[in-house]
Write a protein that binds this ligand. Structure first.
Ligand SMILES: Nc1ncnc2c1ncn2[C@@H]1O[C@H](COP(=O)(O)OP(=O)(O)OP(=O)(O)O)[C@@H](O)[C@H]1O
Length: 247
């Protein structure tokens, strides 16, 4: 395993106000684990990811990645890859270039890099799509191209914001397995925002439940899934049948 394969993440007393909403995060994420970030719509899940990626900066407090204070660093200067709902790709650049920029910002690519790009496109089910522009792709295809970029980047932190939302059920299952494989290969520290309890069951080691701009519950997956005594957890899980309850 590469020594930079994963990193710890800490939000230290990080406070932020957006419009009329207040956020206060004081929490940490362990190296190499997958944490599902869950909670009601508008609770602050994307905001937490934006603080880690640098698209938002706290008004007070700090953000540390692998013990290094990155609070003042721009997104591109943080050791982070992103797969967000939108804006994953530069619309005027083809997929080869979009993915290549993830490897090297000046596109100085070796033959191995070029092969890695084509291999990643094959792996996400977009073989031969190198010259396609994002605008010519469906939402799900764009999402998969963003996955391909994450595959070639090897950053120690991977942030995903509802990465499977635009995918039909078959593709969704394939991309969930791809993320599990990607994690097994890289051991990156992964934060996964999701509304789907199945993602928690299949992928997460740990769950952080956000409500009203702060962490309400942070627990190992097994413990979280047992907290049906909490209304918010019950509502989130809904009718989900957990593996140990299956016949
Ligand atoms: N730039 C902004 N200005 C004003 N309000 C904002 C801004 N960004 C986010 N908000 C508000 O902050 C709240 C939290 O937003 P956030 O996107 O983090 O929620 P979320 O939990 O990811 O929601 P969802 O599950 O619906 O994606 C929302 O009420 C949102 O409208």
């Amino acid at each position: 395993m590469h020594p930079d394969a994963s990193a710890t993440i800490e939000l230290q007393d990080a406070r932020l106000i957006l419009g009329s909403r207040r956020f206060h995060f004081d929490c940490g994420f362990e190296r190499g684990r997958i944490t599902a970030i869950v909670g009601p719509s508008g609770s602050g899940k994307s905001t937490l990811l934006n603080l880690v990626s640098g698209f938002e900066r706290p008004e007070s407090g700090g953000v540390l990645i692998d013990g290094v204070d990155v609070t003042e660093r721009a997104p591109a200067e943080r050791p982070v890859s992103l797969i967000f709902q939108d804006n994953n790709l530069f619309s005027h650049l083809d997929l080869f270039t979009n993915i290549g920029l993830g490897i090297h910002p000046a596109m100085r690519l070796s033959a191995a890099d070029r092969k890695a790009i084509s291999d990643a496109l094959v792996r996400v089910g977009l073989p031969g799509y190198e010259r396609r522009l994002p605008g010519s792709l469906s939402g799900g295809e764009r999402q998969r191209a963003a996955f391909a970029r994450a595959l070639v980047r090897h950053r120690p932190v991977l942030l995903l914001d509802e990465p499977f939302a635009a995918l039909d059920p078959g593709l969704r299952a394939a991309m969930v397995e791809l993320l599990a494989d990607l994690h097994a290969e890289t051991r990156a520290t992964i934060l996964l925002v999701t509304h789907d309890p199945r993602d928690v069951v299949r992928l997460a080691d740990r769950v952080v439940f956000i409500e009203d701009g702060r962490v309400l519950v942070a627990a190992e997956k097994g413990l979280f899934l047992e907290r049906r005594d909490l209304t918010v957890v019950r509502d989130f899980l809904g009718e989900t049948v957990l593996p140990e309850q299956s016949p």
